[in-house]
Ligand binder design. Structure first.
Ligand SMILES: Cc1ncc(CN)c(N)n1
Length: 222
């Protein structure tokens, strides 16, 4: 096995194609170039609300794993701040939905969303090691950070009414949060057995696949 000190960088190089597929999906490129169909945006808003609610027990399970398995108490502080961010996110979705005329209580989850939520639930199992689960958490957050930050870069023509959404995940504070998660994941992967490393690599690929399917669903492609 090659050097274990920056496993995430090694895997991102190896799986660059799917990573780019998740972070530069047409749904995001259409926000960035201003051609997004607003019915796709509404679909995203409704479906992502369901996903964010399912993320709460997922992040809680990681908090529990950190408490049991981590040698560094600052891991818990970071994960707890991620929980607090989810609380804000849920409130934001509610107010954004009322702005866009989306009735959140009557949203039916699409298959890609159900599959992704089911996957989250599988990672909550106590059998899944902390290093594996934190790798999944990092990947889930990093895809949104990289995607929405791209919509705010110089040269983007993101519609004014979508800029707040892009800021939510594309801001530098969230970027720092993702870097800290990545550092924690790397630190635990460095000490992990080859068996755990293989599981973490597979989980990373699964997250990226689910993210692509999620964007496809929002674009109305499935
Ligand atoms: C599908 C998806 N992936 C990631 C995130 C960022 N928490 C999200 N809100 N939704």
């Amino acid at each position: 096995m090659e050097g274990k000190s920056e496993m995430i960088a090694t895997w991102l190089k190896k799986h660059r194609l799917i990573y780019t597929g998740a972070t530069r999906h047409p749904f995001i490129l259409n926000i960035r170039d201003g051609s997004i169909d607003l019915s796709s945006f509404r679909r995203w808003l409704a479906q992502d609300y369901i996903f964010v609610r399912a993320s709460v027990p997922f992040v809680a399970s990681i908090l529990l794993k950190a408490w049991k398995e981590s040698d560094d108490s600052s891991d818990m502080d970071l994960i707890l701040s991620g929980m607090a961010a989810l609380n804000d996110e849920i409130a934001w979705f509610k107010s954004e939905a009322s702005k866009w005329g989306v009735a959140l209580h009557s949203v039916v989850p699409h298959k890609a969303n159900l599959d992704y939520c089911r996957f989250l639930e599988s990672v909550m199992s106590p059998d899944i090691e902390y290093a594996v689960a934190i790798t999944a958490f990092w990947a889930i957050e990093a895809v949104y950070q990289e995607s929405f930050a791209h919509c705010l870069e110089d040269g983007s023509r993101t519609p004014e009414e979508l800029k707040e959404t892009c800021q939510r995940w594309g801001n530098t504070g969230f970027g720092q949060f993702c870097r800290s998660l990545r550092n924690i994941a790397n630190r635990h992967l460095e000490k992990a057995s080859d068996d755990v490393l293989s599981k973490a690599e597979v989980i990373l690929i699964r997250v990226l696949e689910h993210e692509v399917e999620f964007w496809n669903m929002c674009s109305g492609e499935i």
